[in-house]
Every structure is written in structure tokens, then in C-alpha cells.
Design a protein around this ligand. Structure first.
Ligand code: NAD
Length: 283
């Protein structure tokens, strides 16, 4: 099994910064790469603010906060991932962008380093084939918010070596997560089952069956879900949600996966949820 001590994270969005915190808390040396130095600095500032809040709430000591931050380096330079034993890519859900980054990374990291993607739906095998090390490529799919959510889906493309999957499962375990293994199919387990529900919730609201707040209240109270579908869509991000539905529809042609028009229009309007302070709700 590959011995992992250094973890590279590509992407400084919701998931990139969450993954950095998870890996640094687990004791790994972490390098986060953003496209701009400003973006990279913002990740560090955001992580510090989040950890400081936890110190205030006495969930973390100040020494622990400093130790976690001390293990995190941020950069805008891809070549600073050269020494990573494992890189987890977590940039925008667009195949062309991810493929180009995998090809570049393949030239930069050590020959035995594992390249993983945090994609929610895209075919991992296509990223594997963008490299000269398809046997060392897999999906390591964390959930949002990464520091809180217990589950990790380890995605096995047909090209992956058993050892790559074993190492990915062990890595997830070392981060305190429960890993499940799943084939490289759009949506894996969770999103393939979750997104028809979220999409149909928006459809139900479009049909004026009930108000948004009442649909959320109903699913919380009636199913014991921690939040309703609209609050969850805002948390995931409407652009990411639309990309997930489009990828699911592309693969399976199931009408339940065909994104409802409202979702597409809101994304076109830049109303992406919590991250833009306006989604189904205002923040
Ligand atoms: N949001 C979720 O709930 C969630 C959960 C699990 C997995 N994911 C997956 O994680 C990945 C990132 O999602 P997110 O929610 O963090 O998105 P986000 O919008 O918060 O962040 C996207 C990141 O990609 C970067 N980016 C955009 N275009 C780029 C380009 N051309 N080259 C390099 N970087 C670029 C952005 O600067 C940003 O850092 C996606 O693959 C998504 O499917 C998301």
C-alpha cells in the first residue's frame, strides 16, 4: 500500500477547504492549490476563522488549532504538489477542466502517487485515462461539509489497481470516515438516489403543490431528515447540483434525472445557494 504522509488538494471552494481541514486534522501535511494566490490565502483565512470558532466553543484547544494550521500550506503553484503521495482534485464539476488538471498533475507528482477525484458524478475512468497511471487513479468522494460528514465513497474505475482502492479506503478511515466502495457509475450510491428526490422537490414547488418552506418542514418532520430539500440544494450549490443532474441524465436517460427548468434558470441568474448568498433562500 502507498504510504501517505503528504496530501495535495486541488481547488479552494467549499469542498477543497473542507478536505484540507479533514486531512490536516488527521495529521497529514497538506498543500492546497488554488488558481490565484488570493484564492489560496482566502482558504487559509477561512480555515483559521472556522477553527477559531471551534476554540471559542471549546471543541478544540488553541494548540490543536495551531497544529492543524501548521500542517496546511496554500499556494497558486501546481508544482508545489510534486511531493504529495495522494492528490485529491476538487475543482469545478467540469470534465474538460478536471481532465486537463489530471494530465498536468501526472507530469508533476511522483510516479507512485495516487491521483483521486472528489467528483460527485463524472466518470472517473476518463480522468484515469488522461494520465499515464490509470491504475493509480480513483474517486474519493467526500460529503459536504467534509469535516462533519462521516461518509466517503471510494470509487473504483475499471482501470484501478486493487491496491489503489485499498489505500484510498485506509486513507478515508484514517480521516475518521466510514468508506464504502462503489463502481464508477454516475452519482455513485448517494447522489444517484438523492438527486431524483431533490429534483422532484423543486418540481413539486413549481407545480405549486406546497410552499418551499412547507416542503422543507415536511421532509424534516416526516422523514427525520436534518434539513429539507431546498435547504440542502442551497448548501450543495445549485451549479454543482445542476451539473450532477446533467451527468446523471447523460448516463441513464431517466426522466427523474432531467433537471427542472427552475434550477437551470437560477444557475443562469447566478443564484447558486449559500455561496452566493442567494439560492432558494436568501442568506
Ligand atoms: N458542494 C458539494 O456539496 C459537493 C460534495 C461532494 C463533492 N463535490 C464535488 O467537489 C468538487 C468541487 O465542488 P465545490 O462544491 O467545492 O465547488 P465550488 O464552486 O465551491 O469550488 C470550485 C473550485 O473550482 C475552482 N475552479 C473553477 N474553475 C476552475 C478551473 N478552470 N481550473 C481550476 N480550478 C477551477 C474554483 O476556483 C473553486 O476553487 C466538484 O467536483 C463537486 O462535484 C461537491
Amino acid at each position: 500500500m502507498t504510504n501517505i504522509t503528504r496530501v495535495g488538494i486541488l481547488g479552494s471552494g467549499i469542498m477543497g477547504s473542507g478536505l484540507a481541514e479533514v486531512a490536516a486534522r488527521a495529521g497529514y501535511e497538506v498543500v492546497v492549490r488554488s488558481r490565484s494566490q488570493a484564492g489560496a490565502d482566502a482558504v487559509f483565512t477561512g480555515l483559521d476563522a472556522g477553527l477559531t470558532k471551534q476554540v471559542t466553543r471549546e471543541k478544540l484547544t488553541d494548540e490543536e488549532r495551531l497544529a492543524i494550521l501548521g500542517r496546511i500550506t496554500v499556494t497558486d503553484d501546481l508544482s508545489e504538489l510534486a511531493l504529495a503521495d495522494l492528490v485529491i482534485e476538487s475543482v469545478v464539476e467540469e470534465m474538460a477542466v478536471k481532465k486537463a488538471l489530471f494530465a498536468q498533475l501526472d507530469e508533476i507528482v511522483q510516479p507512485d502517487a495516487i491521483l483521486a477525484t472528489n467528483t460527485s458524478t463524472l466518470p472517473v475512468v476518463e480522468l484515469a485515462m488522461a494520465t499515464k497511471r490509470p491504475e493509480l487513479v480513483c474517486g474519493i468522494h467526500f460529503f459536504n461539509p467534509a469535516p462533519m460528514m462521516k461518509l466517503v465513497e471510494v470509487v473504483r474505475p475499471i482501470t484501478a489497481a486493487d491496491e489503489t482502492i485499498t489505500t484510498a479506503i485506509a486513507f478515508a478511515g484514517s480521516c475518521g470516515k466510514d468508506a464504502v466502495e462503489v463502481k464508477d457509475r454516475a452519482g455513485f450510491i448517494v447522489n444517484a438516489l438523492l438527486f431524483p428526490y431533490l429534483n422532484n422537490a423543486v418540481r413539486m414547488w413549481e407545480q405549486a403543490t406546497a410552499s418551499m418552506a412547507d416542503i422543507d418542514t415536511a421532509m424534516q418532520g416526516g422523514c427525520n431528515f436534518p434539513m429539507g430539500p431546498f435547504a440542502l440544494l442551497d448548501l450543495v450549490g445549485l451549479d454543482t447540483s445542476l451539473a450532477i443532474l446533467d451527468a446523471l441524465y447523460d448516463e441513464f436517460r431517466d426522466p427523474n434525472y432531467a433537471a427542472v427548468p427552475t434550477l437551470r434558470r437560477m444557475v443562469a441568474a447566478g443564484q447558486l445557494g449559500r455561496k452566493t448568498k442567494q439560492g432558494f433562500y436568501a442568506y
